[in-house]
Design a protein around this ligand. Structure first.
Ligand SMILES: Nc1ncnc2c1ncn2[C@@H]1O[C@H](COP(=O)(O)OP(=O)(O)OP(=O)(O)O)[C@@H](O)[C@H]1O
Ligand SMILES: [Mg+2]
Length: 263
């Protein structure tokens, strides 16, 4: 059975998609069978995996609505060596259509159940809202990974997410747990980043991943080539950090730089 992880934070631009794509590729590089589910109508994870969102015959939208099976809609990221359940703007309409459906929050969970034995990890890239799509992600997952930037407003809004996770746990998915908070775009030279990071560790203890993702230009460049950073520049600090995060998840020794030094 696959370990299913939703990558969620309703705050925009914190590194959800970058983390999903690069963690998927890094887990694959560690020999894991991975499915990436793009639950965002922006389709950034789809494009970042090297799959053209404009040319999809079917997508996660069709799977959620029960028009296609998951095996019929998934595609391969040749670059990342993982499977993708892709997304594009079609998905923006899904929320309205899902509202009147039975088990509207559990549609993704039912679909993932059909393929869970084929994978070691299923990573779900959630949109930057706490909407029905994100609820589908949280309902399907066993664990939530919360990427966040260590900046002034980072902690604001975190309580909304934590409350949503609590609500999902009590009504839809008792097994859901926060696996960890991931510090992204980290600049160790910033005093504020270090203060917020220390605060996070105080509040959340070992729920904060040891691995820190540094701000790294290679991570920002890779999507424009339609590849995970491992293919763009394997030796970059960004690529090494996501390999270390994958290793941390797999319970292996972590080789990343704790301080997440930038290049
Ligand atoms: N560690 C990093 N170093 C440098 N740039 C980064 C890093 N992580 C993400 N970025 C860049 O920051 C921007 C936002 O990242 P990303 O798209 O992963 O965030 P997101 O949380 O998925 O955004 P959204 O909320 O819109 O879905 C992108 O341009 C991305 O390339
Ligand atoms: Mg995103």
């Amino acid at each position: 059975m696959a370990k299913i992880i939703a990558i969620a934070n309703q705050k925009g631009g914190v590194g959800k998609t970058t983390s999903t794509v690069n963690l998927a590729a890094s887990l694959a590089a560690h020999g894991q069978r991975v499915l990436l589910v793009d639950l965002d109508p922006q389709g950034n994870a789809t494009m970042g995996s090297g799959v053209d969102k404009h040319k999809l015959e079917s997508s996660v939208y069709h799977v959620l609505l029960g028009i296609r099976t998951l095996p019929a809609a998934r595609v391969r990221s040749e670059a990342g060596k993982f499977d993708v359940l892709p997304s594009n703007r079609d998905l923006a309409g899904a929320e309205v259509e899902l509202v009147d459906m039975d088990n509207r929050e559990a549609r993704l969970r039912f679909q993932l159940n059909t393929v869970t034995d084929e994978y070691d990890y299923i990573l779900i890239d959630c949109p930057p809202t706490l909407n029905l799509l994100t609820l589908n992600g949280l309902c399907a997952a066993r664990a939530v990974m919360i990427p966040m930037q260590c900046e002034y407003y980072a902690l604001e809004g975190l309580s909304d997410l934590v409350n949503t996770i609590r609500r999902v746990r009590s009504s839809l998915n008792a097994e859901l747990e926060i696996q960890g908070l991931l510090r992204t775009m980290f600049d160790p030279r910033s005093t504020l980043a270090q203060q917020v990071s220390a605060q996070l560790q105080q509040h959340f203890g070992d729920k904060v991943y040891q691995t820190v993702i540094p701000r790294n230009v290679r991570l920002a460049e890779a999507p424009s080539y339609g590849v995970p950073v491992l293919l763009h520049d394997k030796h970059s600090k960004g690529a090494q950090a996501y390999l270390a995060l994958a290793a941390e998840l797999l319970g292996k020794s972590v080789q990343g730089d704790e301080n997440g030094k930038t290049e």
